[in-house]
Design a binder for this molecule. Sequence first.
Ligand code: GLU
Length: 280
Amino acid sequence: MSTFGPVTRFAPSPNGSLHLGHAFSAIAAHDLAREGGGRFLLRIEDIDGARSRPELAAEFREDLGWLGLEYEEVPPQSTRLATYAAAAKRLRAMGLLYPCQCSRTDILTANPPMGPEGPIYPGTCKGRSAIAEERAAWRLDVAAALARTGPLEWHDDLAGPQIARPELLGDVVLVRKDEPASYHLAATLDDAADGVTLVTRGADLFAASHVHRLLQALLGLPQPRWHHHALLLDVSGQKLAKRRGSASLADMRRRGMDGRALACNLRAGVLPAGISLGKG
Ligand code: GLU
């Protein structure tokens, strides 16, 4: 289908029920597409075979309908494993991936520098030979990749023009030990395959976009624009999370709450008690 307006997406991982933060994010992506005469997509990010609960995809669809959001669903990540493997093979052939056998404990005991998403990989396995490749994860050699692409720019509609700084996250894993791709590789390839032109998601993934811009350049993928919205925070000022007791949309729905009214309130900035909107 051709379209002139923005193509946005909501891309939840089916490892837990959706909460208000997800509703806020889905509404933002939906409204940006609708206001611009574009398309709003739903993509189930079920790359993590061990943590995915297939029954949650049906729950997510019901949640979106309850909020009054119409969407087009695109294929879930579990159907695209061959595409991820092919892209990883290309990056390996370019000499930009290296195998890594470090466990989380190995990384933490090396006193790594801290980045916006936790410890930055200290490069322990880079240049190391004798790594059993079949039991390794594969990391992107960010310095070599940037040397190949040269400086890159990207644009966030709220934060303005950005110079890509993928080194903020360091040599991220692109191929996991047990899966053909990590979130970074899968989401970047999917956004291109789905024709997404405006990547709308929470500000907690801002740093990831630096890496995604680099992957787009390496793999010759089109460059979208980005819109990282502020996050809903709980009483302790932390982003909403099921594990910290944030109520699920499915529970609200089953209790008979009006989802469309809730969506109107979120749009108007009328938030439930104890919930606030963070800084972008
Ligand atoms: N699947 C990711 C999540 O649920 C979202 C990724 C994205 O929007 O790029 O956090």
